[in-house]
Design a binder for this molecule. Sequence first.
Ligand code: SAH
Length: 392
Amino acid sequence: MHRLFLKPGRESSLQRFHPWIFSGAVRELDGQPQEGDLIEVYANDGQYLATGHYQPGTITVRVISFAQTPADPAFWRQKLERALALRRQAGLLDAPDTTMLRLVHGEGDGCPGLIVDLYGGVAVIQCHSLGFYRIRHELAALLRELLGSRLEAVYDKSAAALPFKAPITPEDAYLLGSAQDWEGTECGARYRIDVEGGQKTGFFVDQRENRQLLRAYARGRSVLNLFCYTGGFSVAALQGGASRVHSVDSSKRAIGLTLENIALNFGPDAPHEAFAEEVFDFFQRTDERYDILVVDPPAFAKHQNVLSRALRGYRNLNQKAIARVAPGGLVFTFSCSQVVSREQFREAVFTAAAQTGRTVRILHQLSQPPDHPVNIYHPEGEYLKGLVLAVE
Ligand code: SAH
């Protein structure tokens, strides 16, 4: 096996189980590891520290184990078993009314570079590193073994997520089973899942609990769901008895899926309308007020260097949203940008609130559910932040 030695004094973060090794900490490579190879990491004095996937770049190694055990099928089986046990403990794996959840959440499950989402009968694997990509067939077989016949198919959707310099030309494909019209349930609601054409792995299961909170507030109220994607918040609002719901997304395909999901759950006469347009155009074109607004934009900042622009974006968007709430109404506002901290997001929203001149209070501070666990040594894994504001 390839080996890597750290510079003196650079072992402490690994001894605390931080899952990444940055290139600046590396003293010497022993052998010529290729991207995706397993590599053992040693302290300067030769003490074994960890084993991980090698990847040339800023993050040189993503650690999969802090013990010198072989990464054989039994090793991966145990990893997946642990991930499933965590979901089972949270009541998510065998829930009667929810069949969609995240099975593996990267660093949060000791698998940096691997995401697995389950949507009813299909699991979608997304590898962000070549190390996991190489063992995708093995992972698919293990998932089938652990989940049994409820798992009808496994789709690999890594092409867009893999490092673009990797020496491969990946193509998304079924690793097990074949294409079907997939459908899953979340808290009693049905959703069509477009695993092949949809964004990310197909659905945003991370908002499950927050959708249920909206549901609890929705009775008799008008709701505007901005950045609706496949309409999760719109469906939850109607489940909760909203008097009417408007959904907005710039993607025609997303709006199509939203309409399909509304019809699937509430038939053709649901009090719902969808608008395929930019949120800012919608704001400009209309002047209607709503009892509840949901603001769940895509990540505004993917890198630290665009942080200030992203914060400006959150301020601007939230100011417009807060201005649109009917007196006594609510705003559910979110950020899924990893590089924007909870504190920075709060500040951006507070500034926006102050600029509207309205009285705003915080009712709830929201995050991600237990199928998206956060490794305490990898706080970046806590990406979803939300606030529910009461606006006078
Ligand atoms: N709230 C959704 C997830 C949102 S993902 C859910 O619960 O599933 C972000 C969505 O924002 C995407 O569907 C994308 O098409 C849409 N989007 C991005 N920029 C936009 C813009 N300027 N105006 C409207 N929609 C936008």
